[in-house]
Design a protein around this ligand. Structure first.
Ligand code: FE
Length: 232
């Protein structure tokens, strides 16, 4: 299996290319509009057919590349169930498995950062956590119908119960970190170590983070799979 981590420096977003190199089939998770050319070139160089663009959630910080990649590559745009979008080719449910060649990608509903969010467990050993669990952090819960208690429950009950050596690949990183493990995050993630549900909610309500720069543009664009509204 090929699992390639790609980075967008403007928004600190990770996109993941997952490919079965013998079947020559691939999926991209959370592509970024500004990086579509880079991603399409890599897919061409590796001789892959792009089957799916998968979103972990409706992003507020960047515009998705799914719409453009679908035009270029004829792939399907897959979104988490209940995502309020009008452009998905299909929706994926909690526990559902997508196949890319022989690779199995299992959706794990991980709500709380937003009200529709999936983590994707690849071949049972690599977990793409989107913005639910980050390395030594977690996604914010103060907009897009986020809910700190729900995020705590889903991370502790659904992600922290996976095997300790499961690799954790986050949707963003702002400190240069690339990959962790479930065991490491259980041991060292300061949002969870020494916290219970109530103190986690308290911690999350006092973060006072500024809104992402692109939120006004990104959310509506992502509800249309990356169609940026023409400015008048
Ligand atoms: Fe997000």
């Amino acid at each position: 299996m090929l699992l390639r981590q790609l980075f967008d420096p403007e928004t600190s977003t990770y996109t993941y290319l997952i490919a079965d190199m013998s079947a020559k089939e691939a999926a991209l998770v959370d592509p970024v509009l500004e990086q579509v050319e880079r991603d399409a070139k890599l897919i061409d160089e590796l001789g892959l057919t792009l089957k799916y663009c998968l979103e972990t959630h409706i992003h507020a910080d960047h515009v998705t590349g799914t719409g453009e990649l679908r035009k270029l590559k004829g792939c399907q745009g897959v979104l988490p169930e209940n995502a309020k979008v009008d452009c998905a080719d299909c929706f994926i449910k909690d526990g559902e498995v997508l196949k890319v060649g022989k690779i199995e990608i299992k959706a794990i509903s991980t709500l709380g950062h937003t009200d529709c969010h999936m983590a994707y467990l690849v071949n049972n050993d690599s977990l793409l956590t989107g913005d639910a669990l980050l390395i030594r952090g977690c996604g914010r819960t103060d907009f897009q119908s986020g809910d700190a208690g729900t995020l705590y429950d889903h991370i502790t009950q659904k992600l922290f119960t996976l095997s300790d050596d499961t690799l954790v690949y986050p949707g963003h990183d702002y400190r240069g970190q690339t990959v962790s493990t479930i065991g490491e995050e259980k041991q060292f993630n300061p949002r969870f170590v020494g916290h219970n549900r109530d103190s986690f909610i308290e911690l999350m309500s006092n973060l006072n983070l500024p809104n992402p720069k692109k939120i006004a543009e990104a959310v509506p664009a992502n509800q249309g799979c990356g169609k940026v509204a023409a400015t008048v």
